[in-house]
Design a protein. Structure first.
Length: 95
């Protein structure tokens, strides 16, 4: 009988330890998922910033190229290219 009691006590202890470990792992998983979501949000914001800065660079290049007569032709070509890109985007949005 003592042997059965010891087995039961040992089993109860192991189950409690398992439950504690499970709880800790569950909390760690939730923290990790929260961190992943936060990092995704930060990444999206950074991508938006990068795209905005790329657009500003394009505009600055266009502005600099219009300072000379030779640059005016390049500027017109770049503006036409940007208009075509905008038209494509509008076309995709209308689908």
């Amino acid at each position: 009988m003592e042997n059965i009691a010891e087995v039961i006590t040992s089993l109860e202890f192991k189950v409690k330890r398992f439950i504690e470990k499970h709880t800790i792992l569950k909390e760690n998983l939730q923290r990790s998922q929260d961190e992943i979501q936060e990092l995704k949000t930060i990444n999206e914001q950074n991508q938006k910033t990068i795209n905005e800065l790329k657009d500003k660079i394009k505009l600055l290049k266009i502005a600099k190229s219009t300072e000379t007569k030779e640059g005016a032709v390049d500027a017109k070509l770049k503006i036409n290219e940007m208009v075509r890109e905008i038209d494509k985007c509008i076309g995709l949005l209308n689908r």
